[in-house]
Design a protein. Structure first.
Length: 129
């Protein structure tokens, strides 16, 4: 077990929780699957997994994804991901050696859009100066 120094005291808490390690593993495996194994044209080659959050009890995994294309492509890709989630979960069960494969939930990552909006506002401010 890894030890950390916390306020000058030696702590027995691990550096990373189990849910974080499972999230990293799921992110890597699902990203590979989206590139080569998922055949749905709404998803294939258009979706990028940005991050994964797994609940502490390892029952649910929220995948935050970005989609190449406009609003209609995003909606179609999310529908395709929800439809393919059963296939993805079964495939993960065969590949990974963990007791429980979490339920998969796919959501659009809004941080890229928010970042672009803020950058646009900052550009307008600098242009006015």
């Amino acid at each position: 077990m890894d030890y950390e120094i916390f306020d000058g005291l030696l702590s027995r808490q691990p550096a990373f929780s189990r849910s974080e390690r499972v999230a990293d593993l799921l992110k890597e495996e699902v990203a590979k699957m989206l590139l080569s194994e998922v055949k749905d044209p709404r998803v294939q080659g258009l979706v990028t997994v940005i991050s994964v959050k797994v609940t502490k009890d390892l029952r649910h995994a929220n995948f935050f994804v970005t989609v190449i294309g406009g609003l209609s492509a995003e909606k179609a890709a999310i529908k395709g991901l929800h439809k393919a989630s059963g296939f993805i979960r079964r495939s993960l069960g065969k590949r990974l050696h963990i007791r429980r494969i979490p339920e998969l939930h796919f959501k659009l990552d809004e941080t890229v859009k928010a970042q672009q909006h803020i950058e646009g506002l900052l550009r307008k401010i600098h242009e006015q100066d």
